[in-house]
Structures are given as structure tokens and as C-alpha cells.
Design a protein around this ligand. Structure first.
Ligand code: ATP
Length: 492
């Protein structure tokens, strides 16, 4: 808005000047323009404000849990920095850039900081978004100045090498030509390419290594990834079971834990968590223990913290008894389908409203999966449908509580089709006529719904028993659920 106002003011001034209008409106407009400038704070942006100058605490690779492959690849690249004689003897060209690619919170920034510590380099960290301004040329100038600052900082600290870490590099290094409104993005990226091409040449005593980080590698301009620039791409994925346990250990080491807690058990409950999620889990568990005025963190605090990290804070709002009964029936349905398909798979059933969820069943993956068979995906759809089918069978109607389950079921069905696992065979989902795609999704989901209805129609009593238990306790563990199932079996 302020840009628009300033632009209109300036244009009016120019037009009036051009037509040699009387001086009074001119003075008036000039004053108005100055006032606009004053109150909108519009002034040329500073060019050298990029980069965190605050001293970052040095960390070592030992303080990063899991990520063994990423660490190994990065360390190998860093040896190029600390053994310059060896690489020049072998005629290897110096490494200029390393690109860390992976989901948010997996430790890319930590790896870059550890890289600086390992190589004894000076370190500057910036974010791609700090470069982009509406003013053409500012971003490019900032890039130029940033490289100069890196050199000066290393000189001042008497270091032979410097690491420049650019987080969210996709903002600064996105594919050129995408932004048609102005060339600012392209100019900024061009300047980065120029600076990188200049590294390692002209008798530069300093080895400057640029480490980029992104979670959208597909958005990067190809020129950035071409050999001689970001030569090495290091994948920083979500941690596996072992990695999660290590990260938990790291973040809990300074917190008082009850003796004998199995962190492996907690790690099993946290499939899909990033390092940042795990750090938050450790913190939340400590807060929960403190709230209960405990001196040590118990397993129940850690497990509750898992829920909190997945779903958010417990909500004060309380559904009325009728709604609560429906929620309990719904969640029991999910849980019973899951146990029927994979005994031991439910970790917890709860009707405590958290975040957007009114109730929740936490499943326990017995291992980390890297690929899924069609049977596995169909089972997931069945578990998702268990809530709605259960409501239908016990209460005679369904509710909007199943909306998110249905959305997820449709997404899984789409995945089955895209992976060539449906009756359509190998197809391009993009080219598929909408009606055919819709029909195939309906068939896939419909077949599972029929199966779940058959399964649960013989378990109506059990659904009610479990729902009553959940309603009474608010939360039951998988063990209690399984005890109820076997008690019911014996009673029949
Ligand atoms: P983004 O892509 O969002 O910038 P990132 O991958 O750079 O995220 P970091 O900033 O390195 O993630 O991690 C955020 C926090 O999560 C860290 O400060 C640390 O507490 C924790 N963390 C993430 N990964 C790990 C790990 N592998 N080991 C220990 N802690 C981790």
C-alpha cells in the first residue's frame, strides 16, 4: 500500500511539473509526498543488513543425533577444506558448495554449524528471504556484500576458511524467469552464481564454502546445482528409529528422568517426527512434569508430550455427553479395526480434545516403513473408515467427525492409483479423466468400507464396551484395549 501511495504521489508531481501548473498545488503535493515518505517509513533499504552477526555457539557433530549418512557425506566434503594440500596434489578442484536437502527441523542448520566447528572456519548464517526486496538490485548488492563480509570476518578471526550458510536457499535460488513482475529475484540469483564462480580462483588464500539448505529442491534453478557450484547434495531425512532414540537421548541428557525409562519405546511412538519435534517433545515432557510438581520426568510425561507435539495443547472445551459418546464410539471403531488387522498395533485411544482433534487413536508402527504394499495401504484405509462405520452401526447415523478420515482415505486411494496398484494398472493420474479417477477412488474406498462394515457388525457390543471404558477413563492404553478385547472374547 505504501509503495502505491508513494508511486501515485511521485507520478502526480512529475505530471504537474511537466504541464507547468501553478506553484501552490505543486508545493502542496510536494509536502504531501514528503509526509507520505515520513509516515510510511519508505526509504532506500539498507544493503548490508543480511546475516546473523550474533556469535553462534559452536557445536560438534556428536551433538547431532542420527543422520549418519548425511554426516558421513558432509565430513568427506569438509575434509576437502581442511586438507587443501592433499586435494591440490591430486588435482581435485576445491569444493565450493554443499546443498543440504530435507524436511524442516531435521538438523540442516545444526550440520552447517558443526561443519564450521569441525573445519575451524568462521561462520555466517543467512536466510534466503533476507535478500529479496522490492527494489531491483538490492538483493544482488546484498549478495556481493555478504561474500565480502565473509572474507573480512575470516581475516579478522585469522581463519583460513569460512562457511557461509544460506538457509531457505530456494527463495533466493528459485528457477529463473518465474517471477514475471520484476527481475529482482533473477538478479539476486545471478549475483550468487557470479560469486560462487569467483570462489577458489585468483590466488584466494581463504577457502570459502557455501552451504545451502532447502526443503524444496525441485524449486531450485538448475544453474545452482550444476557441477562447480553446489557440487554435493546431501540428503538430510527424517530420523529412523535409532536416530530418534539418539536425538531423544541428546535432548534429555540435561533433564532429570525417572530411572529405567526406555527411550526406545518413546522413539517407537514417534515415527515421522523430526529432530525439532523430538526436541520439543523433551521440553514439553519436562513442562508437564513441572506442572505436576514432580522432580523427575516419568514415562507418562513423555507419552503425553508425544500427543501434545502431534495434536497440540489439550483444549478446555468439553463436548456435551451425547457428542462425547459419539466420539468414544468413533475412536473405538478405529481402534478395533486396527487391532483386528494387526494385533498390538494400537498404542492409545483418547477422547481428550487436542488441537483440531476431538479424539485420537495413536498407532504403533512396529518398524519404520520406506515403501508400502497395496495391502498395507488398503488396511490404512480400513482403519480410517472404522470410525464412521462404527458410528453408523452403534448410533444409526454418521457425523462430520469423519471428514478428515475420509480426506485421508481418498489421498491414500489416489496414491494407490498413482503407484499403478489399482485395477487401472499403470496410469498417469494427471491424464486420467476426472470421472474415471473419481469412480476408481470410490471403488477402492467403497470395497474397504464394505469389508469394515462386515467386520464391525459382529462387534457392536465390543465397540460399546470399549467406548464406555474410554468415556470413563478419557484415555486408555493399547494394553487395556487388548485386555478388554480378550475379556469380551472369553465371555462370548
Ligand atoms: P529448517 O529447514 O526448518 O530450517 P533445519 O533442518 O535447519 O530446519 P535445525 O534448525 O537444524 O533444522 O533444527 C532445529 C532444532 O531441532 C535444533 O535446534 C535441534 O534442537 C533440533 N534438531 C533437529 N535435528 C536434530 C538432530 N539430528 N539432532 C539433535 N537435534 C536436532
Amino acid at each position: 500500500m505504501r509503495e502505491l501511495l508513494a508511486g501515485v504521489g511521485a507520478a502526480a508531481l512529475v505530471i504537474l511539473l511537466y504541464y507547468e501548473s501553478s506553484l501552490i498545488p505543486l508545493i502542496f503535493l510536494g509536502a504531501l509526498f514528503l509526509v507520505l515518505l515520513r509516515f510510511t517509513g519508505l526509504k532506500a533499504p539498507p544493503v548490508n543488513t543480511v546475516g546473523r552477526v550474533a556469535r553462534v555457539k559452536e557445536i560438534s557433530f556428536n551433538q547431532i543425533g542420527g543422520q549418519e549418512v548425511a554426516k558421513k557425506e558432509l565430513l568427506e566434503a569438509l575434509d576437502f577444506v581442511i586438507k587443501p594440500q592433499q586435494i591440490s596434489h591430486m588435482g581435485i578442484r576445491p569444493l565450493k558448495g554443499v546443498m543440504l536437502v530435507g524436511p524442516p527441523g531435521t538438523g540442516k542448520t545444526l550440520l552447517a554449524r558443526a561443519a564450521a566447528g569441525y573445519t575451524g572456519s568462521s561462520f555466517i548464517s543467512v536466510a534466503g528471504s533476507e535478500f529479496i526486496e522490492m527494489y531491483a538490485g538490492v538483493g544482488a548488492q546484498r549478495v556481493r556484500q555478504l561474500f565480502q563480509r565473509c572474507r573480512k570476518k575470516a581475516q579478522k578471526e585469522r581463519r583460513n576458511s569460512a562457511i557461509l550458510f544460506i538457509d531457505e536457499i530456494d527463495i533466493l535460488g528459485g528457477k529463473r524467469g518465474r517471477h514475471s513482475s520484476h527481475l529482482e529475484y533473477d538478479q539476486t540469483l545471478n549475483q550468487l552464481l557470479v560469486e560462487m564462480d569467483g570462489l577458489g580462483g585468483g590466488g584466494d588464500d581463504l577457502h570459502l564454502l557455501v552451504i545451502g539448505a532447502t526443503n524444496r529442491p525441485e524449486a531450485l534453478d538448475e544453474a545452482l546445482l550444476r557441477p562447480g557450484r553446489f557440487d554435493r547434495i546431501v540428503q538430510v531425512d527424517l530420523p529412523d528409529l535409532e536416530g530418534r532414540e539418539q536425538i531423544l537421548k541428546l535432548h534429555l541428557h540435561n533433564k532429570p528422568l525417572v530411572e529405567g525409562i526406555s527411550l526406545e519405546k518413546i522413539a517407537r511412538e514417534t515415527f515421522g517426527f523430526s529432530g525439532a519435534h523430538l526436541e520439543s517433545l523433551a521440553n514439553e515432557a519436562a513442562i508437564l512434569a513441572l506442572r505436576e510438581e514432580r522432580k523427575t520426568i516419568a514415562e507418562k510425561h513423555l507419552l503425553e508430550a508425544v500427543d501434545k507435539v502431534i495434536l497440540g495443547e489439550k483444549l478446555e472445551r468439553k463436548p456435551d455427553p451425547e457428542e462425547l459418546w459419539r466420539i468414544a464410539v468413533h475412536e473405538s471403531g478405529h481402534a478395533l479395526v486396527s487391532e483386528a488387522l494387526k494385533p498390538g498395533s494400537v498404542s492409545q485411544v483418547t477422547i481428550t480434545p487436542r488441537g483440531k482433534a476431538l479424539g485420537y487413536v495413536r498407532h504403533r508402527p512396529e518398524r519404520d516403513y520406506y515403501l508400502y504394499t497395496v495391502e498395507h495401504l488398503e488396511e490404512k484405509i480400513a482403519v480410517l473408515l472404522g470410525g464412521a462405520v462404527s458410528e453408523q452401526l452403534v448410533l444409526g447415523s454418521r457425523s462430520t467427525g469423519s471428514l478428515s478420515d475420509f480426506n485421508q482415505a481418498v489421498e491414500i486411494a489416489k496414491k494407490i492409483i498413482a503407484a499403478g496398484l489399482s485395477g487401472l494398472g499403470v496410469v498417469s493420474v494427471k491424464e486420467l479423466p476426472g470421472a474415471l479417477l473419481h469412480r476408481t477412488i470410490q471403488q477402492l474406498v467403497g470395497a474397504r468400507e464394505k469389508w469394515v462394515a462386515e467386520l464391525l457388525s459382529s462387534k457392536i457390543e465390543l465397540i460399546e464396551e470399549v467406548a464406555r471404558l474410554v468415556l470413563e477413563k478419557e484415555k486408555i492404553t493399547g494394553e487395556i484395549l487388548r485386555r478388554q478385547i480378550s475379556a469380551h472374547r472369553q465371555a462370548c
